[in-house]
Design a binder for this molecule. Structure first.
Ligand code: ATP
Ligand SMILES: O=c1ccn([C@@H]2O[C@H](COP(=O)(O)O)[C@@H](O)[C@H]2O)c(=O)[nH]1
Ligand code: MG
Length: 197
């Protein structure tokens, strides 16, 4: 992957991980407001790429998202890395990536080690209800019950091992997140404040 460039020293990356609908995007918006991180949602970057008529990967991305599958790492890492290189900032929240163990290992080795991981730990039924409600207005092709079930299965089988990998490195902050967005954020905020001390 020739376009992948190691992040300069001093770069701070926090991975925001959790099941589908756990509230990653919601919490990232709050963090951005208070702490000025650049928010890179891997899912948003893939949806943007999918809609780019000049992209050679558009059809593939659409199929993977519709099936709740994980898009090949080459595509996602390139999109994230490009945004990081283009940014004047050096503090990034990476939301919804890495989704698979090989992605985590690759990113740590070739781009940057994350400072820590925020793992939004949410009950499956709660996530399902959130996604179904969001699906009433989101227009997302994966906010329907068939794809939601597939996304849960992929999360359990492929993404939870990523949490375990970082737990072994003692980098995971597990945040229960069934309460309201503001209450969840109260548990996250001190972790970010701790960074600037
Ligand atoms: N703590 C919360 N309590 C109730 N609803 C919430 C909470 N957090 C987020 N939501 C709502 O749940 C839905 C999913 O939230 P959000 O988009 O932040 O999740 P996500 O983890 O980014 O999901 P995805 O993995 O699908 O991108 C949204 O409609 C959001 O408004
Ligand atoms: O690193 C990633 C992130 C996302 N995907 C695909 O996009 C959808 C939606 O992601 P959200 O984080 O829920 O917005 C996800 O189900 C995957 O199909 C990916 O492949 N790799
Ligand atoms: Mg999201």
């Amino acid at each position: 992957m020739s376009e992948i460039v190691r992040a300069p020293g001093g770069t701070i990356v926090i991975f925001v991980l959790g099941g589908p609908g756990s509230g990653k995007g919601t919490q990232c918006s709050k963090i951005v407001k208070d702490f000025g991180f650049v928010h890179l949602s891997a899912g948003d970057l893939l949806r943007e790429e999918q809609q780019n008529p000049n992209s050679k990967d558009g059809d593939l991305i659409k199929t993977y998202i519709k099936e709740g599958l994980i898009v090949p790492m080459e595509i996602t890492v390139k999109l994230i890395s490009k945004k990081m290189q283009e940014s004047k900032s050096n503090i990034f929240l990476i939301d919804g990536f890495p989704r698979k163990l090989d992605q985590a290992e690759f990113f740590c080795k070739n781009v940057v080690e994350p400072h820590f991981i925020l793992f939004l730990d949410c009950d499956k039924e709660v996530m399902k209800q959130r996604l179904l409600k969001r699906g009433e207005t989101s227009g997302r092709i994966d906010d329907n019950i068939e794809t939601i079930e597939k996304r849960f299965k992929v999360f359990k089988e492929e993404s939870l091992p990523v949490i375990e990998y970082f737990e072994e490195k003692e980098k995971v902050h597990r945040i229960p997140c069934t309460e309201s967005p503001d209450e969840v954020y109260l548990k996250i905020r001190p972790l970010l404040e701790g960074l600037s001390k």
